[in-house]
Write a protein that binds this ligand. Structure first.
Ligand SMILES: Cc1ncc(COP(=O)(O)O)c(C=O)c1O
Length: 397
């Protein structure tokens, strides 16, 4: 997945354009720019890449999720349904707005379980946030149907799924708003950065203003711009956008390499009868950023992870025992450890996490191994990795 692995002259050239003119900010300073508007150019590229009418670049993927929700009016006391398997950014972005994350089970897609989503809807539910984890997707048809039926937003976090598609549409472009991260380990990187995409002009204008202190960006005198509403600073810099501009042009090359390496590993593991793969919903095409497979039980999975370590097979994780991506180890959320007071509504809204268990999610995450696909591996290295993985699994099953 990481775009940073393949990094060179194209990125350097784009960054030098910015350093040469000295304008590191994306807005204003028109006369000094020598015609370089890297953030604007990257937004246009991303409109084509993600087949979306509007793109707003922001400072990170976490900012993208929060800005997307804010732009559609999600705020204090609103409930946002999100999966138990995601990155901590999901609940952070919701809580930043004073809203309440409602965690629900996943299914064998490793994405939101539509039945669990339906059961979690209350009169306070404002949005379903689907997270397209590890390069693939949840059952989007079912989730869209639920969102339409209840007249609630569908927000798509596609930070880990750049390049995946569903019924021919890029992941991220299916919900009302889509979110991307271009941090250092994503398929394309800006160093740090993110994007909100949408076909809704109002949401886009809200995202544009909200991510820059509420500025309306009308005219070319920043000091004379008005503030239709409150905003904050989630701007991307020209330097970061310049790196992303070089990277996005290389996306087809990166995706091709990912797919090639993914297929070699998948073919090798599919010869082991006890190994099964995550379900990719009909109409879905994975980005191949990760290879995800299931083993028969948690104990075997833990043994195989240990064997991978012994064999020197890196970048493979069982998220059941990992602090990043699964509810089980998010004690700071369950115990509401915050530097500053949290509102009564959010405290009460999250009290269910003290006792709620997620056996269905445990069933999938406990048996899952998720392997990052790197771009810089040679074919010989991937083949060697594949045979070490097969050996480690066979010896521990
Ligand atoms: C699914 C998901 N959402 C959001 C984010 C946040 O992105 P960023 O690191 O750019 O804030 C990440 C980052 O890993 C992620 O994996």
């Amino acid at each position: 997945m990481p775009g940073f692995e393949l990094f060179g002259d194209l990125e350097r050239k784009q960054v030098n354009d910015v350093l040469d003119n000295g304008v590191l900010m994306r807005y204003g300073f028109d006369g000094m720019r020598n015609g370089h508007w890297k953030a604007k150019e990257l937004e246009t590229e991303l409109q084509n890449t993600f087949q979306s009418k509007h793109v707003q670049l922001v400072s990170s993927g976490t900012a993208a999720v929060s800005v997307a929700l804010a732009s559609a009016g999600v705020g204090a006391g609103d409930e946002v349904i999100m999966p138990t398997f995601t990155f901590v950014a999901s609940f952070e972005a919701i809580m930043m707005l004073g809203a309440i994350p409602v965690l629900v089970d996943i299914d064998d897609t490793l994405g939101l379980n539509p039945e669990a989503v339906e059961q979690a809807i209350t009169p306070n539910t404002k949005a379903i946030m689907v997270v397209q984890m590890c390069g693939s997707m949840a059952n989007m048809d079912a989730l869209q149907t639920i969102a339409e039926k209840h007249n609630i937003l569908l927000v798509e976090d596609a930070c880990q799924a750049i390049g995946g598609t569903y019924n021919g549409k890029p992941l991220g472009s299916i919900g009302d708003l889509g979110c991307f991260s271009f941090d250092f380990v994503k398929t394309i990187t800006c160093g740090e950065g993110g994007a909100v995409i949408t076909n809704n002009k109002d949401y886009y204008l809200n995202a544009d203003h909200y991510s820059d202190h509420g500025h309306d960006h009308v005219g070319n005198d920043r000091g004379a711009e008005t503030h239709p509403f409150l905003g904050y600073n989630f701007r991307i810099s020209e330097l970061h956008a310049a790196v992303g501009l070089a990277q996005v042009k290389r996306l087809p090359e990166f995706l091709e390499l990912q797919k090639k390496n993914f297929n070699i590993l998948r073919d090798a593991l599919s010869q082991i009868p006890e190994v099964t793969f995550r379900t990719v919903p009909e109409g879905g095409v994975e980005s191949c950023a990760f290879l995800n497979f299931f083993l028969p039980d948690l104990e075997t999975t833990r043994k195989v992870i240990q064997a991978f370590k012994t064999e020197g097979v890196d970048v493979c994780w069982n998220y059941y025992d990992n602090n990043w991506h699964y509810i089980r180890e998010w004690n700071h959320l369950k115990d509401l450890k915050s530097l500053f007071p949290i509102s009564k509504e959010v405290k009460e809204g999250l009290s269910y996490l003290k006792t709620k268990t997620f056996p269905k999610s445990d069933h999938y995450i406990g048996r899952n191994i998720s392997c990052l696909i790197k771009l810089s591996w040679t074919e010989a290295e991937v083949k060697e990795r594949a045979s070490k993985m097969v050996k480690a699994i066979k010896e521990n099953i």
